[in-house]
Design a protein around this ligand. Sequence first.
Ligand code: ADP
Ligand code: TRP
Length: 345
Amino acid sequence: MTVLENTYTADNIFKTDKKRVLSGIQPTGILHIGNYIGAISVWVQKQHEFNNLFMIANLHALTIPEAVKADVLRHNSRMVAALYVACGIDPDSAVIFLQSDVPGHAYLSWILGCCTPMGWLERMTQFKTKSEQAESVSSGLFTYPALQAADILIYKANFVPVGEDQSQHVEITRDIAQRFNHLFGECFPLPQGLYREAGARVMGLDDPTAKMSKSVAETRKGHAISLLDEPSVIKKAIMSAVTDPGSEVRFEHASPGVKNLLVLYEVLSGESRPAIEEKFAGKGYGFLKRELLDQVVRTLEPIQKRYREITEDERYLDDLLANGAAKARAIADQTVAEVRRLTGV
Ligand code: ADP
Ligand code: TRP
């Protein structure tokens, strides 16, 4: 792949006229099965319906700077890009790029921040949770949603496939877009979130009352299944997952831990709920866990194989990201020009 920076224009990146998708993941650690199910698997399944941009949100990763080391961030950013492809994103049709490679995101973020009342930002639950946990709270953590709005609006994306925890960020993006359009003139379409019916919020295996998350996974073994875990590690995590003292395997009355295992099984196997309940009736949680283990290993094996192939070839990722950045910049520059005209800056 060669980078054809000068030949890209906003109009020749995608071959056909389809609705546009943008989504992204912060490179704050190894991706887990919640990221895969809630976000990446939806991107993969729907990639042919849309024109897609998938970003590695490395600027968002700086909002808690105490948690960042430059080398680790660089490595994780490439790892996330490689995992997108390993999970099945077609790198020839989707634009895969680092957020920091497109200066327009930070630029638009400032302008959108000026259109965002403090009260809207104060209501964000992710800000409340993260700021309670952080030793010091940066203003970047507070204005995080303005940058996320810029990520989405700079490409005039129509859909944002994410896990349920991001729904508030998609909603505020719509509000910010509306406010900009009202203040300066029609510019941005209002994006919609795309969520799974089942699996939009995968819970921690060791604590099914809390969302499975990268940061917790770093300090608690058995909390998450990482996409690069070996089968023996996955086995430990699943076999020790929290359930309850009962044994009945039903979706409707299941305790949070059992429900989580059932939903994981449902999403990965593609089987229907009645078929699953029939299969597990009277067999107890041990059997459910063993079957789930089998599904998880079968899902991750080909992903890990492709990941190894991709990361063995340094040039491949360099080219992929350079090309993605050139394409993303071509679209972003056009929006920035329009925003400059509308705002008078
Ligand atoms: P994390 O919270 O683990 O650090 P991110 O915030 O970077 O993950 O999320 C990346 C994507 O994965 C987002 O679309 C997010 O909604 C989704 N996601 C994260 N955790 C889960 C989960 N436990 N279940 C479903 N989707 C999730
Ligand atoms: N905030 C998202 C998360 O933590 C990551 C993200 C950044 C994102 N920019 C985005 C997701 C734009 C969708 C669209 O998961």
